[in-house]
Design a protein around this ligand. Structure first.
Ligand SMILES: [Zn+2]
Length: 307
């Protein structure tokens, strides 16, 4: 009888957590993007294109559909050459869509001796890992909202990729249905609010954070931006969509008052908190699962500036 109880408990646990994203998956994705082989993923380099193809492969594994055409790769012009954003979509019960983004490019390498590669594990391999993780979480489900996943290129050269894809008319059908965009930017470390917690830029401009917190699962807490004076809301890829009047905020854990790895060669796997990142991804998954077109319709207030 005791054995049977254990067996039932073991089976129940396996079922209850079967959908969770694993730490192994998270570690695998972030360490691949942040590996020395990717040479800092600078736009215009073969390694940047290699990263785009790697993300496309992950989108395929997570059963996403193409956003447009016959590829996840969405080309745009960079100095007369082709560079790519990466875009995949999962159809939900509704045409209404939630968006998840981050930027996969970083700042390459320098010529100094020793460790000269800017791996960009936090900036922003962690954000890409989060959106890949969320797509992994939902890959065998039929969510209420449709979900679009966008990996932007060229952020470090002035938000080039997000500017290009936001202007791409072929994606207008998706944008017209976009209820909100969550842009993940540097989520590899524990936030100043502790574990399983993030902050959102521009919290005072919409009720997105209040709505998310009211549906919070698994202990997820979204805090107001503690660095509001830095105007991060207007300085990250989300702004390309703010200009289209789409609810779009960046989400981060970076402690801007203490951070020592920002745009340094030590932004590598040594600073990544895999356990916390995995928990954040699963908490987002479980919270997003509770949302539908009736209980989740965030709005801007009059404080936001669209240009
Ligand atoms: Zn960044």
């Amino acid at each position: 009888m005791k054995k049977l109880t254990y067996l039932i408990f073991a089976l129940f646990s396996a079922t209850a957590f079967a959908q969770d994203v694993s730490q192994d998956m998270v570690k695998n994705v972030i360490s691949t993007l942040a590996s020395d082989q990717m040479k800092g993923r600078e736009i215009g380099t073969p390694e940047n294109e290699y990263a785009a193809n790697y993300i496309a492969k992950l989108f395929k594994e997570n059963k996403l559909e193409y956003c447009t055409g016959d590829s996840y790769l969405i080309p745009f012009d960079y100095k007369g050459k082709i560079a790519y954003n990466v875009c995949g979509i999962q159809k939900g019960k509704s045409e209404k869509t939630l968006g998840f983004s981050g930027h996969f490019d970083h700042i390459g390498s320098n010529d100094k001796p020793g460790d000269n590669i800017y791996n960009g594990a936090d900036d922003d391999a962690s954000g890409i890992t989060t959106l890949v993780g969320i797509s992994d979480y939902f890959k065998n489900k039929k969510p209420e909202f449709s979900m679009v996943f966008m990996a932007f290129n060229g952020e470090e050269k002035g938000m080039l990729g997000s500017t290009a894809i936001a202007a791409d008319k072929k994606l207008d059908k998706i944008y017209n249905n976009l209820t909100a965009l969550f842009n993940f930017e540097m989520v590899a470390t524990e936030s100043e609010f502790g574990k399983n917690a993030v902050f959102i830029t521009g919290d005072e401009f919409s009720d997105l954070d209040e709505l998310m917190n009211s549906h919070s699962e698994n202990g997820l807490k979204i805090h107001p931006d503690p660095y509001a004076s830095e105007q991060l809301f207007y300085r990250s890829d989300n702004v390309s969509f703010v200009k289209k009047k789409i609810i779009a905020h960046s989400i981060s854990t970076a402690n801007m008052s203490k951070i020592k790895h920002y745009h340094q060669v030590n932004d590598d796997m040594t600073i990544v908190d895999i356990e916390n990142l995995t928990q954040i991804i699963n908490s987002f998954g479980k919270t997003l699962e509770k949302l539908n077109t009736k209980n989740f319709n965030p709005k801007y207030n009059s404080k936001v500036k669209f240009n």
